[in-house]
Ligand binder design. Structure first.
Ligand code: LMR
Length: 396
């Protein structure tokens, strides 16, 4: 039976992880998958998480099921973290941010037949992959201006204005993956008004909260959109913001127009949990809830998140300085102005391959580099290697 099987190709991030793991060179540098690493190259467990786990270990008396939708206290804590008011919302806990997006996309199939889902160009590869897997129609809207490396504001607004009523539009809530482009508050306002005018359904992917300019600042877009659009879906991930990657902690929150649609949406999302994995995992979600609901643990978490953000931004500045030292001021300025884990380095697939093969530097083939895994040493090595690539290409 199995001899007829052809495995689907893994996406470019997963392929790169396998290549990196197989590389025996000790000097190899991993700037691929989006994982934060400190200057010692470690991804430590946050102290707030350790303390919450200790408390849970002491207090928890049962591992029996909680509820198909997930723990209510966790879902309310996430709602209070993201939104300024409670209001009519449906919510489910999910395994990680990808689980949340998968449930959002599945829910779309029940909203309107033939609906189109709009993705920014470029975007995280798994968005399109899951949508195609589910048989949903996909279109792209312009986001990055190739010429400047910044936001294509006019192109984005023109494309979003074309969205048909009821179509879904995926928005990166902050720290756009892979570009690092962060819309200003004024641009977020334009986006919110354009989506509302088109009567589109925003699907906000919120995976890097606190990694850009701080928790409140990183929620600017979500909150402006939530104020303008009566209905929206949020796919929340705690992987990065709480460092809970492998514990798979996520949630879907659906802002609904009123209590009746809230009841129906809650029923749909809960039923989707049952279809896909039944009861969502609880341990990591409980860790998040304990942290958010305890003022001391919350303060501890916010301090640790602030430290991570400061390090990532220092990595950006350090890398930008290293690029300037090699006369790459334009790229340096872009990188210094961008936010979150990622930036595109503007290299071709072929150049990315040479970087990997000749210098053991691993970035994704679209030239996305994970700046949250850089160190002062690796930023100098990468800047030097990119400069050498450009020189080789000029003399060829
Ligand atoms: C990434 O973009 O590298 C992260 O979101 C991890 C993943 O699952 O791809």
């Amino acid at each position: 039976m199995f001899e007829t099987l052809t495995a689907p190709e893994a996406d470019k991030i997963i392929r790169l992880m396998a290549l990196f793991a197989a590389d025996p060179r000790p000097e190899k540098i991993d700037l691929g998958v989006g994982v934060y690493r400190n200057s010692q190259g470690q991804t430590p467990i946050m102290a707030a998480v350790k303390e919450a786990e200790r408390q849970i270990w002491n207090a928890q008396q049962s591992k029996s099921y909680i509820s198909l939708a997930g723990d209510k206290a966790y879902l309310e804590a996430v709602e209070d973290l993201l939104f300024t008011t409670r209001g009519a919302k449906a919510a489910i806990a999910t395994p990680g941010g990808t689980g949340a997006l998968r449930q959002c996309f599945e829910a779309l199939k029940y909203l309107r037949a033939g609906l189109t889902v709009w993705l920014p160009e470029p975007t995280w590869p798994n968005h399109a992959s899951i949508l195609h897997y589910l048989g949903l129609q996909v279109q792209t809207y312009r986001f990055r201006d190739e010429a400047t490396g910044g936001l294509d504001h006019a192109g984005m607004m023109a494309d979003l204005a074309q969205v048909a009523e009821g179509d879904a539009v995926v928005i990166h809530g902050c720290c756009h993956n892979p570009t690092g482009i962060e819309p200003s508050a004024q641009v977020w306002r334009d986006i919110a008004l354009t989506l509302a005018k088109a009567k589109a359904l925003p699907v906000i992917d919120m995976a890097y909260l606190g990694f850009g300019n701080g928790i409140e600042a990183d929620l600017t877009g979500l909150r402006l959109i939530a104020a303008e659009c009566p209905e929206l879906l949020v796919g929340f991930s705690a992987s990065k913001s709480f460092g809970l990657y492998r514990d798979r902690v996520g949630a879907v929150l659906a802002q609904c127009a009123g209590p009746e649609t809230q009841t129906q949406m809650q029923g749909l999302l809960t039923w989707l949990n049952r279809q896909n994995y039944a009861f969502p995992p609880d341990h990591g979600a409980r860790v998040v809830q304990v942290i958010l609901d305890d003022p001391d643990l919350r303060a501890m978490w916010e301090t640790e998140l602030t430290t991570m953000r400061a390090e990532i931004n220092a990595n950006r500045q350090g890398f930008a300085d290293a690029l300037r030292a090699h006369q790459m001021a334009t790229l340096a300025d872009q990188i210094a102005a961008q936010r979150g884990m990622f930036s595109l380095l503007g290299l071709s697939v072929e150049q990315v391959r040479r970087l990997r093969e000749n210098s053991a530097i691993y970035i994704v083939e679209d030239s996305r580099a994970n700046l949250a895994a850089m160190t002062p040493m690796s930023s100098r090595i990468v800047a030097q290697a990119i400069s050498a690539l450009a020189k080789e290409d000029q003399s060829a």
